[in-house]
Design a protein around this ligand. Structure first.
Ligand code: FES
Length: 87
């Protein structure tokens, strides 16, 4: 099991290795709309464990985000711990 953590509230949600983080991120406060990498409403900052997430998708590369930012709807968690900051 991997773990997604809100770095500010310290709330933690377990996620199966290899699964999408949408449900867990939603519980941690990330707002979703399209869930398809098109609207950026789920943009978040990854404060720890970026390497534990899947590679950025083509949709994510379309947007100019900081290297520490990802679209939560596009991320799968590979393993371990990932800490996020919700905007
Ligand atoms: S919910 Fe629209 S980009 Fe993620």
């Amino acid at each position: 099991m991997a773990k997604l953590v809100n770095s500010e509230t310290r709330q933690e949600i377990e996620v199966k290795d290899g699964d999408s983080i949408i449900k867990a991120a939603e519980q941690l406060g990330v707002i979703f709309a399209c869930q398809d990498g098109m609207c950026t409403s789920c943009q978040m900052e990854v404060t720890e464990g970026m390497n534990n997430l899947s590679e950025p998708t083509e949709n994510e590369k379309e947007f100019s985000m900081k290297p520490s930012e990802r679209l939560a709807c596009q991320c799968k968690i590979k393993k371990g711990l990932v800490k996020i900051k919700v905007y």
